[in-house]
Design a protein. Sequence first.
Length: 533
Amino acid sequence: MQADLVLYNGDVHTMDTGSPRARAVAIAGNRVLALGSDADMRALQGQKGRGIDLQGRTVVPGFTDAHLHFMSFGLGLKQIDLAGVATLQEVLARVETSAAKTPAGYWLRGRGWDHTLWAGGAFPTRHDLDRVAANHPVYLRRKCGHVGWANSRALELAGITAETPDPPGGAIERDSSGQSTGILKEKAMDLVSRLFAEPSMDEAVSAIKVGMAHAHKVGLVGVHTMENATALRAFQQLRAAGELKLRVLMQVPEENLDAAIQMGLQSGWGDERLRIGGVKLFADGSLGARTAHMLEPYAGEPDNCGIPVTDAGRLRELVGQASRAGIAAFVHAIGDRANRVVLDAVEASRQAGEGLHLRHRIEHTQILHPDDLPRLARLGVVASMQPIHATQDMLMADAHWGARNAGAYAWRSLLDSGAALAFGSDAPVEDLNVMKGIHAAVTRRRADGSPGPDGWYPQQRLSVAEAVRAYSGGAAYASGEEAIKGTLAPGKLADLVVLSQDIFTIDPMAILETQVVATMVDGEFVYGDPKVF
């Protein structure tokens, strides 16, 4: 068989343990034909085939983001961007600017604020927003997505008063008179968000297209997205039109589980471009909101162990129900109690012989009690984690979890225990840039070098190869597709990334400066111009 394309004079890291390095890769159609020396691969080039000189650049398998909210990422680019804003005053200034450009009465929406960056670190209130946007309903989601901040007009439209009870799995923060402060946690956010119409199909498709351009620029060839039926319809529309240039693993929201089971839908249904992963469930909240469910109280908050968004009994029922139907459970769990509850639910399902082939996942797996850490490998549960959370959250973790952080973001311990790691970004919560994730996994340091040369809990650092594997082979394993992707090997999909630097040999801090030169999906360059190689 002849190659349509040969990439030669490169440094190809296949991530295949049987044949880890090559100088060139030959591609036929959408598959890897062979890997080897320049001469051997050029010999496979057909008369109509092309040869591209990589000029010594590093090539790795295409990256997959194993946990994000892709349509929301695209839609969020049109909202008020509050990510990284260092003061409450600047947040309010951005809201005021948006209000001046928006007709009175229309919603102002935004996301990304982080009160821990502000002086004092206290949650803001509805009164802050009222001062700058009294004539608009305002709703702003915290960066973690587990806290909403509403002004008085938004609370009024939602019907939230002093008499409104906390919904199950949520909390309305109140002042001394019992009135809402404007801070809504977990399922209390639904009281406002239910007022928003779903995006139209045109809006959803447009958001995904914008997101794809961003994804390709950072080397992503696939995503595991945690979204709803609107996103699935939009992905299907793009798939039918031949415009879906990412490999998408789509999850079923909890509210659609019964319908999915009635239709006979199972994990793995679909094709190489769009397929079903599992059902997305929630065990708890987030560290930033202090709603992650903990075995012991938060430091300085003796009455706060977080919020069980789904209680243990109900979670066990849902995992069992999904497993019996052939649907894997992808469960959000941050706190050590939440992770234990998920592991208990999976263990009960495994012992009952339900869906033993399924690859259940814990999404985030941020802090584990030492007794629970080896259970993921033993139960075959994938740790779907986001390295950048560790470096972004370390100060909050130190403040609220203290010595328990020995079991936080424990990539090395999990990997050494035999657990499978799949890495992602949680975008739009954090940056989509894979290099930032790899840097965090390898150094456990921020871009400014803090907290020092060894990093935060350095015993949990990974090698570059281990981090890259979690974004490629680990993600492929998590979706049950390791036979066709995740490494560069003959017969596998021709999905790869060309990098500006050799991230395996440079100073790990310089990984942040590494650029994606080109991204290939299905044997087609979707980003970068090979003519300039």
